[in-house]
Write a protein that binds this ligand. Structure first.
Ligand SMILES: C[S@@+](CC[C@H](N)C(=O)[O-])C[C@H]1O[C@@H](n2cnc3c(N)ncnc32)[C@H](O)[C@@H]1O
Length: 194
């Protein structure tokens, strides 16, 4: 996963074969996933990012790689406009139906118009920099969380996330619970014309 995480973020190394393998892996993990997501020490960085990350909470948010919906449930009451997206159908089927609309899709090619979201949340999820940037509104934010810090299988340090993103960004980061978060905001002046 470490190698794949770096290849996706820096080399755009993703194709239908990889997508099928990853979907199959997480489909198989889906029945037990909700239990993992329920650990308060893993939830702490997600909640702290919302509390202190300074990201607009009134506009549309996209949670990419939402898994079995643990974070979606956690955030749904605070984010009135939240969409949860995952590649693995079984993950989505295990997610609660009432927390947010659930969409099956691949983050390398998101089924949303450019500039739709004020924020994209990625919790232990692969980073597809160009596509995330495309769906963000000018001045939008990415919220990157690794719930087990540098022990997270899908992990990138803060500086690598900043380096992988196109254009000019400013960020703030903190540790919380067992992990860390980064809230990075695209400079509105450097956002492409939509
Ligand atoms: C490590 S799990 C994390 C799930 C959840 N965010 C959490 O914190 O528990 C990674 C999730 O990302 C999903 N995923 C992997 N590649 C994806 C892609 N290209 N597009 C959308 N989801 C993807 C997987 O199906 C899986 O549910």
């Amino acid at each position: 996963m470490r190698k794949l995480t770096r290849q996706v973020a820096f080399d755009n190394a993703w194709d239908s074969e990889r997508a099928a393998k990853v979907a199959s892996l997480f489909d198989g993990l889906a029945p037990d996933w909700a239990e993992r997501q329920a650990d308060p020490s893993r939830q702490a960085p997600v909640l702290d990012a919302l509390d202190r990350g300074g990201v607009d909470q009134s506009g549309w948010w996209l949670e990419c790689g939402s898994g079995a919906g643990g974070n979606t449930s956690l955030l749904g009451s605070r984010l009135p406009k939240l969409v949860a997206l995952d590649l693995a159908k079984e993950m989505l089927l295990h997610a609660p139906a009432d927390a947010a609309p659930r969409v099956q899709g691949d983050s390398c090619s998101l089924p949303f118009a450019s500039g739709t979201f004020v924020a994209v949340l990625l919790v232990n999820m692969l980073l597809f920099p160009a596509e995330i940037d495309r769906v963000l509104a000018p001045g939008g934010s990415i919220v990157w969380v690794n719930t087990l810090g540098d022990q997270t299988p899908i992990h990138l340090p803060v500086q690598d996330v900043m380096d992988a993103l196109p254009g000019s960004w400013t960020g703030c980061t903190a540790q919380a619970g067992s992990g860390f978060w980064l809230c990075a905001q695209r400079s509105a002046a450097s956002s492409p014309e939509r």
